[in-house]
Design a binder for this molecule. Structure first.
Ligand code: IDP
Ligand code: MG
Length: 154
């Protein structure tokens, strides 16, 4: 079963959206295996957005991401990485489909509410970036068989 890293940006706390956006992952059938609030440091921001540090918008992105707390969440499920990206919607929220988190809650390319890992490899690195082993929980979800059929759990 895959794990992916979901991050709620500072706009989520300011706008009182945290419960609503977390709820979408729960309802979809992704199990929360790690959850915490923290303040991103500039060093970790640079690591997390290494592919963007040369972009003209990067200084503003780093300022925004580090100025107030964020919430990070690790979720687990069948094809969790792809499903996480689908629930988030595309980067430019103006182009994001209605029904996605960005499509429903943002009209910006930058203040776009959520981060979701973009590949299984990145997900592994990003979960490890934000969670120590003992902060990730391998518990049984009692309703698991109501979310997935046997053949999906092989
Ligand atoms: P993603 O968040 O959909 O994976 P990335 O291209 O990895 O998109 O960009 C990471 C974050 O950088 C975006 O979510 C957004 O906050 C910011 N960003 C990306 N492109 C732009 C831009 O053109 N202007 C301003 N901010 C941007
Ligand atoms: Mg990305």
């Amino acid at each position: 079963m895959e794990r992916t890293l979901i991050l709620f940006k500072p706009d989520v706390l300011q706008r009182g959206l945290l419960g609503e956006v977390i709820s979408r992952f729960e309802k979809k059938g992704l199990k929360i295996v790690g959850l915490k609030m923290l303040k991103l440091s500039p060093a970790v921001a640079k690591e997390h957005y290494a592919h963007l540090t040369a972009k003209p918008f990067y200084p503003g992105l780093e300022r925004f991401m580090t100025h107030q707390p964020i919430v990070v969440m690790a979720v687990e499920g069948v094809e969790a990485v792809e499903v996480g990206r689908k629930l988030a919607g595309v980067t430019n929220s103006r182009k994001a489909e209605a029904g996605t988190i960005r499509g429903d809650f943002s009209n910006s390319t930058s203040r776009n509410v959520i981060h979701a890992s973009d590949s299984l490899e990145t997900a592994g690195k990003e979960v490890a970036r934000f969670f120590r082993k003992e902060e990730l929980f391998d518990y049984k979800l009692v309703l698991h068989e109501y979310f997935y059929a046997e053949d999906e759990l092989k």
